[in-house]
Design a protein around this ligand. Structure first.
Ligand code: SF4
Length: 257
C-alpha cells in the first residue's frame, strides 16, 4: 500500500511575529531602499511596463529602457496604435521578446474591449496576456495600493529563509506555501502593504541574495529561522568542552601564579 505523502503545509507566523517582521522590514527600506523611477509613480501602465522589463533583467539595464519606452509609448492607447514590430523594436536589447509582444497584445485588448485602463484586481489582471500571478500582485500593489501579496524569486527566497527553510521555492507545491506565507505577513492597509512588498523585494535584491546572505546587516535576522539556526550551530561549535572540575581549578591556579 502506498504511504500517504507527508504534508508540507508550513505553520504560519503568529500575527505579532508577522507585524514585527513587516515593521522591521519597512523601517529598513525607508533608510536603505533605492530610489527607482517606477517607485515614484502609481500609474498602472508605467508600473506594468517596469514589472515586465524587470523579469529576468537587471535593474541597471532596465532604467534606460523604461524611460525611452515610455517616451515613445506614453500610454496604453499609444501602444495599441503602434504596430507590434515597432514595440518589439523599442524592446530591442532587453531580450525575452515575448514580453513585448504580450504587452502589445494586452494594450490592444484593453483598448478594444474596455476603456483603455488596467483593472486593479489581481484576478482581473491575470486574465490579460503575459500577466502571471506575480505581475498581477505587483500591479495591484504598486499601482493601486491594493492589499495584494506577491511572490517572485527574491521574495520566495527571503520568506523561505526566514519562516520555512525546508521549503524549496522551485517546487510548485512549496511555492504555494510561500504564497500563503506572503499573505500571512502582509499588512492590512494597502499603502503599508506597498512599502512592505517593495521592502521584501529589496531585501532579496540587496541583503538576502541568491549568491550571499548578509545576515549581520539584515533587519529581520532576529526573526530568521536560517540565521538563528546558524547562530546556534556557531555557539555550539565555539562552546568550551566540559572538563573535570579539578582540571579547571588546576588551570585557574596556574593562571593566577
Ligand atoms: S538573516 Fe540572513 S538568511 Fe535571514 S533573511 Fe536576513 S540575510 Fe536572509
Amino acid at each position: 500500500m502506498p504511504r500517504p505523502s507527508a504534508s508540507r503545509a508550513v505553520a504560519l507566523p503568529a500575527p505579532a511575529t508577522a507585524r514585527d517582521f513587516s515593521r522591521r522590514l519597512r523601517a529598513w527600506f525607508r533608510k536603505h531602499g533605492r530610489d527607482l523611477p517606477w517607485r515614484r509613480t502609481r500609474d498602472p501602465y508605467h508600473v506594468l511596463v517596469s514589472e515586465l522589463m524587470l523579469q529576468q533583467t537587471q535593474v541597471s539595464r532596465v532604467i534606460d529602457y523604461y524611460a525611452r519606452f515610455l517616451e515613445r509609448f506614453p500610454s496604453l492607447h499609444h501602444l495599441a496604435a503602434s504596430s507590434q514590430t515597432h514595440v518589439v523594436e523599442a524592446w530591442e536589447g532587453l531580450g525575452y521578446y515575448a514580453r513585448a509582444r504580450n504587452l502589445h497584445e494586452l494594450a490592444l485588448r484593453v483598448t478594444r474591449d474596455g476603456d483603455g485602463t488596467l483593472p486593479g484586481d489581481p484576478a482581473a489582471l491575470r486574465e490579460l496576456p503575459g500577466v502571471g500571478a506575480y505581475t498581477a500582485g505587483a500591479v495591484a500593489s504598486f499601482a493601486f495600493e491594493a492589499r495584494a501579496e506577491l511572490v517572485d524569486t527574491n521574495v520566495a527566497r527571503v520568506l523561505a529563509r526566514v519562516f520555512a527553510p525546508r521549503l524549496r521555492p522551485k517546487q510548485p507545491r512549496d511555492l504555494t506555501q510561500l504564497w500563503r506565507l506572503a499573505e500571512a505577513v502582509l499588512p492590512q492597509r494597502g499603502n503599508t502593504a506597498w512599502t512592505h512588498n517593495q521592502a521584501l523585494m529589496e531585501l532579496g535584491a540587496l541583503v538576502c541574495t541568491a549568491r550571499a546572505r548578509h545576515c549581520p546587516r539584515c533587519p529581520v535576522q532576529r526573526l530568521c529561522a536560517t540565521r538563528q539556526a546558524e547562530l546556534r550551530k556557531e555557539t555550539k561549535a565555539g562552546a568550551p568542552s566540559r572538563r573535570p572540575r579539578s582540571t579547571t581549578r588546576a588551570a585557574a591556579r596556574a593562571a593566577n601564579r
